[in-house]
Design a protein around this ligand. Sequence first.
Ligand code: DHE
Length: 689
Amino acid sequence: MRNYLRILFVLGVVLLLAACKPAAPMFPESPVAPPAEAPASSESVDEATLAASGFSKGGCGACHVIPGVPNATGTIGPDLSEIGQVAETTIASADYKGNAKTAIDFLKESLLTPDAFVSENCPNGACAAGLMPSYANGTVSDQELNAMVNFLAKLPSTEIAQPGEIVTEAPVSVPQDVMADENMDWAKQVYFERCAGCHGTLRKGATGPGLTPDLMQPKGTLALASIIFNGTPGGMPDWGKQGFMTKEETEIMAEFLQVEPPQPPEMSLQQMLDTWKVLVPPEDRPTEPQTTRNWENFMAVTLRDAGQVAMIDADTFEVVDLVDTGYAVHISRMSATGRYVFTIGRDGKLALVDLWTEIPSKVAEVQLCYDARSVETSKYSGELGDFTDKYAIVGCYWPPHFVILDGETLEPFKIVSTRSYTYDTEEYHPEPRVAAIVASHFKPEWIVNVKETGQVWMVDYSDLINPTIKMIEAERFLHDGGWDSTQRYFLVAANNMDKIAVIDSLEGKLEALVDAGNVPHPGRGANWIDPEYGPVWSTSHLGEGEIISIGTDPEGHPDSAWKVVRTLKLPGSGSLFIKSHPNSEWLWVDMTFNPDPALSRTVCVIKKSNPDEIYKCWEASTFGRADHFEYNMQGTQIWVSIWGNAAVPGEVGEIVVYDDKTLEEIARIPNLVTPTGKFNVYNTIHDIY
Ligand code: DHE
């Protein structure tokens, strides 16, 4: 039944697409609306129409630039603008090990057995094997295949219009009820769990591209399913290869992307209060630490797929406690004294853990939204008041709002919507999500980064009944970031704009917008002293293998301030985190989302005194992905997560601890379920990174 309805849906989409009239000179007739069966003879349908039908059915344009083919502007696979010529040179080269003797045979082989020759020339480096789907399974008819091959063999051709000249009408809106209910329910849930973070709940795009039906329908189910299954070098995870979706499920998800996105519900203060539980009231909590452990050197470790946080003693490597928190736990932040750990799950559930009890214990919990990523606490103490351990703030993706809570009980009392207008074009955005939040060290203020509208909100928490918010225009798609070493400037990645915005928290203004590489992803970044340029802050990138370092000392090194002073190439893209410590001579970096399994578990170190080259890279484990770094409070040991697979016994995940001086492994903390972020209490209170 599921399959039958799916076929109906695909046919439905194809027929709707057939209604679109392309203006491509190469294909004067509709490029879609192929007959269900191939035409009886090639004379009845001209070759251009057959080729167009084949490219459309194959969804080739989702991954390739193909001049003259409507919407063929993809940048995942090689640019095929000159593929006819490239085919000739490839078969003549020593690297070619396939069976083709002519360009036509080579092109046919590429469509039928794509892995016979995997090109080195994808836009982000060498292409990955397994990414290109085979057309041997009847996706296109023999006539269509031959027409596609003949068309490609003629490239480059000056007679063919460039893609930029092609205008197509918008695809017709497809209602959700074309999908079977069970498929729709499954896709809605899995989209929320796996995709919404990068692409948006309403699919308008942020870290990942927009996935609205008008953009998805021209790509087609086959191409979309292939991308979802195999991932891309630009940072899209390979959900199929990782075992999270079967081939059939990637097709259902591809269908889901072609229908109108469902609108999720809102959440009121009363709904939040209904979930609020104070498990140990403040008056029943200890007034001084009951534990004899060095609790300031605890690590709060996210066990992503267990929905738990492990409290690990970084002096002894013992797991002191496992605390149940929200679904797919994201990050932890500490109160100003460090006594309390605040842990936020993707489901918007916040847990408050008291570290002063003999064993760390959860003392309160509440749900503030359906989708969240950030939490921060009030840290200011000075002439404007003492806000130590007083408040917390949670930033939500859906509904798009932030919520202010009591710091000791988690009672929510103020909701502020971030729905607003984009800073540059002043267009209404229904889903401006709250990304990173940090607490100012100079004022009673939180710096709240509103992703889609590109505004940084300075939220004054000294009078929360009548809060004042200064809205600073920065750049769209604000995501994650951290302080410079003076903790005056906050550097935040506008990741899909390839920029770093620098906010001066003292003056409350945008200090600079710095050009970065492809999708910068700093985590909180790394501060260190460059031998030539003085204090710098570094980030790595998701979309390309490089680290950039930005000068952060406008007083002492004005010539390098807010400029990229150094760029260092990494062995691969897909990096998520970089880390250092003032006591360390190294910068550490991962490549977690690199499609090559070996690179995804490789870590590299760069010597600060010789920042032009990588000192050493190695695989930190034999399974999983290496992800995120954290130092112990002394800055002498560094922890790396091995993000395993919760379903594979023995490979669920672990943490590797290295001596930061010698780079020798000194401990492995095994059997931790998918550990990701690690937050040392002392370092997190003091923003040391
Ligand atoms: Fe994160 C930080 C959002 C995927 C691990 N992540 C952040 C922050 C944001 C964010 C906004 C900054 C919080 C702050 O400082 O207040 N993360 C998102 C996403 O939207 C995204 C891209 C997709 C999603 O669906 O969630 C995403 N993040 C991931 C992961 O896949 C990671 C690797 C593992 C996981 O949790 O599933 C992951 N994100 C982290 C970690 C931090 C983080 C460890 C904190 C880094 C730090 O050192 O402060």
